[in-house]
Write a protein that binds this ligand. Structure first.
Ligand code: 16G
Ligand code: MG
Length: 544
C-alpha cells in the first residue's frame, strides 16, 4: 500500500477530532456533515474486503428512513448480504482511527484477513436521493481509487437494487444481469407471467389500482423507470415522489408504521389499497381506511402471512417435501405468530432484531420467509428447492402440478432474494392479491392484530440491559425480568419485552394485550420499571 498517497488523500477527508461512530445494524448513520471521512475510509474497506473475498463488494450511501439531513453507509457482501460481523468491527476501527493510526489499523486488517494487496478489487457504489449523497459517494470513490481498486458507480439506486447487482456480478449472471435494466426485466417478466394466470378481479374493473407513497425518496424514481415494464392491468399512482416535499418528512413506511396513520400528501378514499416505501425502498407497509374512516395498517407480519398462505398452497400442490418456515422478531404481533403456527401449521422462528439475523436463519430452510413487523423482508429458496421447482415447471406431466410449479418459479424470480426489497415485495403482494382475488380488506381480515404499544426510555447506559431468548427476556439488570413478568400477569393475552436499541441511544419497550388501554398501561408500567432499575435519565416516563 502506498501510505504516502493514502496520507495525502486522507488529509482531504479529515476526521473530526474525537468523533467516534459505530458500524451498527444499519451501517454508519449520523448527520451527513460528519460522514466524509467515514465514506472515504469505507472506500478502503470495500477494496480490502473485495481483495479478501476475491469478489465484488457493494457500498450504499443512504440513511434509509432517517431525516434528510442525515446520511449513512453500508457495505454489501459478495452474495448481496449484509457485511460479515467480523468486518463490522474493522469498519468501526477504521472510521474511528485518528489520522496517524490509519496505517496501523489498515495493516492489521490486512494481516488478520490475509489480504493479498496485488489482487484486483471491484466495488459497486450506489446512493439515495439525499442532497448530501452525491458528494459522499464521491468520497467513497476517492478511497477506492487511492488503494488502486476499480469501481462502478450505479448512481441513484434503491438499496435492494445494489444488493441485487452485487449478487448477480458475483454469480456470473446466474441470478440475473448486473444492471438496473436486468433487474427490471427479470422482475417484470416474472410479474407479467404471474398476473397472466390471474382471473380478472371480481369487481368487474379489469384494472388494478395501487397508490404508492414513495417517501419522497429513490423509490419514486425507480418506479417511474420500471413503470413501462408493467402490464397495463396494473396501474400504480405515485405520491410523495420527491418533487415537492422533503425525504421521509411525514411520510414513508417508517412514519406510517410508527404513527399508525396515513402519510401526508396522499389522499385516501375508503377501501383503496395504498402502500408506503421507506427512503431507500427496502421496506414496505400496506394500509387502507374503511368506510368509517378508520385507518388499517397491514404490516410486515401480515405481508409474511399472505406470502406464506400463497406459497404453502403451491407447495402442497407440487407435492414436494420442501420445508417452509417463517422467521420473525420479538416485535411480530402475537396474533400473527399464533395464526402461522396454529392455523397454518407453519413453523415460526424468532431471532434478534436486524435483517442479518432474519436472513441468516431463513437460509436454513427450503423456503424461508422472513419479515420484520416494520416491513422489511423477503423469501429465500434453497438451491435444492430451486432445482426441484424449475425441473417440475418444465417437465411435470400433470397440468395442475406443473402450473403450481410455474407459479413458484415465477415467485422465486420476482422476489429479491438478496434482501428485503419494497418494489419486489410490492409486486409479489400485488400478484398474490390478483391471483387469489383478494381485496385489501379480506387480506387484513386474515387475523386481527393484538393492540400494542411501542415506547422508548432514555437511560444513562443502555448496555446495562442484557437480553436473551431472541431479545424476549432480559438477564440484566437484576430484578427487571421478574418485574416485567409480574406486570404481564395483570393483563389478558399480554406480552412485553425491552431491548437496547441498535440505532439510537435509548431502550425500547414493546407491549401487547387484549385491549389498547391495557397495552398502553402495560407499556407504561414496564417503561417505569426500566427507568427505575436501569438508570433512567430525566423525568420518569408519563402514561401514554
Ligand atoms: C436497523 C435494521 C432493522 C431494524 C432496526 C431496529 C437492518 C438493515 N436494519 O434499521 O432491521 O428493525 O435497525 O432498530 O438490519 P433499533 O435497534 O433502533 O430498534
Ligand atoms: Mg430502509
Amino acid at each position: 500500500m502506498d501510505f504516502e498517497a493514502i496520507k495525502k488523500s486522507s488529509a482531504l477527508h479529515p476526521k473530526p477530532a474525537g468523533l467516534t461512530l459505530q458500524y451498527g445494524t444499519a451501517g454508519f448513520r449520523t448527520k451527513a456533515e460528519r460522514l466524509d471521512h467515514v465514506m472515504f475510509r469505507m472506500g478502503f474497506l470495500a477494496v480490502l474486503r473485495s481483495r479478501a473475498t476475491a469478489s465484488t463488494i457493494g457500498v450504499m450511501v443512504t440513511a434509509s428512513h432517517n431525516p434528510e439531513e442525515d446520511n449513512g453507509v453500508k457495505l454489501i457482501d459478495p452474495h448481496g448480504e449484509m457485511l460479515h460481523p467480523s468486518w463490522e468491527e474493522y469498519a468501526t476501527q477504521l472510521a474511528n482511527a485518528e489520522e496517524q493510526e490509519l496505517q496501523k489499523v489498515m495493516t492489521e486488517i490486512c494481516q488478520k484477513e490475509e489480504v493479498n494487496l496485488h489482487k484486483d478489487a471491484l466495488v459497486f457504489i450506489g446512493r439515495d436521493t439525499r442532497p448530501s449523497s452525491k458528494k459522499l459517494s464521491q468520497s467513497v470513490i476517492d478511497g477506492i481509487s487511492v488503494l488502486g481498486g476499480q469501481y462502478h458507480d450505479y448512481g441513484l439506486v434503491t438499496t435492494p437494487q445494489l444488493h441485487y447487482v452485487v449478487f448477480c456480478q458475483n454469480t456470473q449472471g446466474q441470478y440475473g444481469k448486473a444492471t438496473l435494466e436486468g433487474y427490471y426485466q427479470k422482475l417484470s417478466k416474472a410479474f407479467v407471467e404471474l398476473i397472466k394466470q390471474a382471473n380478472s378481479p371480481s369487481s368487474g374493473d379489469s384494472q388494478r389500482h395501487l397508490k404508492i407513497d414513495c417517501a419522497n425518496g429513490i423509490g419514486a424514481l425507480k418506479l417511474m423507470e420500471m413503470q413501462h415494464y408493467f402490464p397495463k392491468e396494473v396501474q400504480i399512482h405515485l405520491y410523495n415522489d420527491g418533487t415537492k416535499e422533503k425525504l421521509n418528512h411525514l411520510c414513508g413506511a417508517d412514519y406510517v408504521k410508527v404513527h399508525q396513520t396515513s402519510p401526508g400528501g396522499l389522499d385516501m378514499k375508503p377501501n383503496e389499497r395504498c402502500c408506503s416505501l421507506d427512503g431507500d425502498a427496502d421496506r414496505i407497509v400496506y394500509y387502507y381506511k374503511d368506510t368509517a374512516d378508520h385507518f388499517h395498517l397491514i404490516d410486515g407480519d401480515k405481508i409474511a402471512t399472505l406470502i406464506c398462505i400463497f406459497l404453502k398452497e403451491l407447495l402442497v400442490k407440487v407435492e414436494q417435501a420442501l420445508k417452509m418456515a417463517v422467521v420473525q422478531t420479538a416485535y411480530a404481533n402475537g396474533s400473527s405468530t399464533r395464526y402461522l403456527e396454529e392455523t397454518m401449521k407453519v413453523p415460526v422462528h424468532c431471532v434478534k432484531t436486524g435483517v442479518k439475523h432474519l436472513h441468516h436463519k431463513a437460509q436454513e430452510f427450503d423456503v424461508g420467509v422472513y419479515f420484520e413487523a416494520n416491513g422489511h423482508g423477503t423469501v429465500l429458496f434453497s438451491k435444492a428447492a430451486e432445482i426441484k421447482i424449475r425441473h417440475l415447471a418444465k417437465e411435470e406431466k400433470d397440468d395442475e402440478r406443473r402450473e403450481a410449479a410455474k407459479m413458484l418459479e415465477n415467485m422465486m424470480d420476482l422476489i429479491n432474494q438478496t434482501v428485503g426489497d419494497a418494489i419486489s415485495d410490492m409486486l409479489v403482494i400485488e400478484a398474490i392479491l390478483a391471483l387469489k382475488g383478494l381485496t385489501v380488506q379480506q387480506w387484513d381480515a386474515i387475523y386481527t392484530d393484538l393492540p400494542n404499544r411501542l415506547l422508548k426510555v432514555q437511560v444513562a447506559d443502555r448496555q446495562v440491559i442484557g437480553t436473551t431468548d431472541a431479545e424476549r427476556r432480559v438477564v440484566a439488570p437484576p430484578g427487571l425480568q421478574e418485574k416485567i413478568d409480574a406486570l404481564v400477569q395483570k393483563y389478558k393475552s399480554s406480552r412485553a419485552f425491552v431491548r437496547p436499541s441498535g440505532t439510537e441511544d435509548i431502550v425500547r419497550i414493546y407491549a401487547e394485550a387484549d385491549k389498547q388501554e391495557n397495552a398502553d398501561a402495560l407499556a407504561h408500567e414496564v417503561s417505569l420499571a426500566v427507568y427505575h432499575l436501569a438508570g433512567g435519565v430525566g423525568a420518569p416516563p408519563q402514561p401514554v
